[in-house]
Design a binder for this molecule. Structure first.
Ligand SMILES: C[S@@+](CC[C@H](N)C(=O)[O-])C[C@H]1O[C@@H](n2cnc3c(N)ncnc32)[C@H](O)[C@@H]1O
Length: 256
């Protein structure tokens, strides 16, 4: 999938808030090394470097477009263009942080323990993932994909939600951790502009579908989804669109 940093950053305020909420839940301790997994355009990685200025901070990111944006936004960070599915660093980190990225990777029962192994004993794994996949914003992408001339090319993208219930992550990580804190927050996001929920998903989940289509068909798919999602999230009398968005957080201290 090709990431467009400009489209993603259209809602940077709303997307930044959970990243900061997660960062603020990491306790103070001596931090010498930090890895930011799926570091994106670097605006969050920069905050990690600001919190721990003496630490070596590395942004691990698969997209070359995002790495280029990240290098500009956070030049004091080391950038590594690397798929997280095959990331095997030679060292462990005091803090492994990941905001809004691990839902792109499968098999969380295996993935999360394998990432926790890259944390120093006593160090912290901090993760935030969206868990809004049962909301109209996301369900209507699948509905549009399965109800149009593009179905045969898009149906393989329709999959069960990639992020599980909080108790799933507790069961997987509690035996490996000294302390574990898992919670969810639903933000009532107040968006402005024309069909902003479509613009929101166009920066993330919708992109995989649009990437496959071309020309008029791509435009027709976007219009069909846009009509559905505009009905599901109508504007209020003040012209605003309320977009509730649920996110899952965990802060895990590794045993040892
Ligand atoms: C929604 S963005 C979040 C970026 C950043 N963490 C933030 O909070 O702004 C998700 C990022 O994860 C990256 N990503 C997704 N799957 C990946 C993978 N398998 N390996 C490396 N990076 C990945 C994407 O390229 C994208 O930059």
């Amino acid at each position: 999938m090709v990431w467009n940093p400009q489209q993603y950053l259209k809602f940077s305020g709303h997307r930044l808030r959970p990243a900061i909420d997660l960062l603020m839940r990491i306790p103070d301790f001596l931090v010498r090394s930090v890895a930011d997994l799926g570091a994106g355009a670097g605006n969050v990685t920069k905050l990690l470097k600001e919190r721990w200025p003496d630490a070596v901070v590395v942004g691990v990111e698969g997209s070359s477009e995002m790495v280029a944006a990240g290098r500009q936004a956070a030049p004091a960070v080391e950038w590594l263009q690397q798929d997280l599915g095959s990331w095997q660093p030679p060292q462990k980190y005091d803090v492994v942080y990941s905001n809004a990225a691990l839902h792109w990777l499968p098999d969380h029962a295996r993935l999360l323990p394998s990432i926790l192994e890259k944390v120093e004993p006593g160090g912290i794994l901090a993760v935030q993932m969206p868990r809004n996949f049962a909301a109209p914003s996301h369900l209507l992408i699948a509905e549009t994909a399965l109800n149009g001339p593009w179905r045969s090319r898009l149906e393989h993208l329709v999959m069960p939600p990639p992020v599980h219930e909080p108790a799933f992550y507790h069961a997987v990580l509690a035996p490996l951790s000294k302390n574990i804190d898992i919670w969810e927050t639903e933000y009532l996001q107040i968006l402005e502009g024309e069909n902003p929920v479509k613009e929101w998903t166009k920066g993330t989940w919708l992109t995989r579908y649009l990437d496959i289509l071309q020309g008029e068909e791509k435009a027709a798919f976007e219009t069909a989804y846009g009509e559905r999602v505009a009905k599901a999230y109508p504007r209020n009398p003040a012209g605003q669109t309320l977009f509730p968005f649920r996110r899952l957080f965990m802060v895990v201290q590794r045993k040892g």
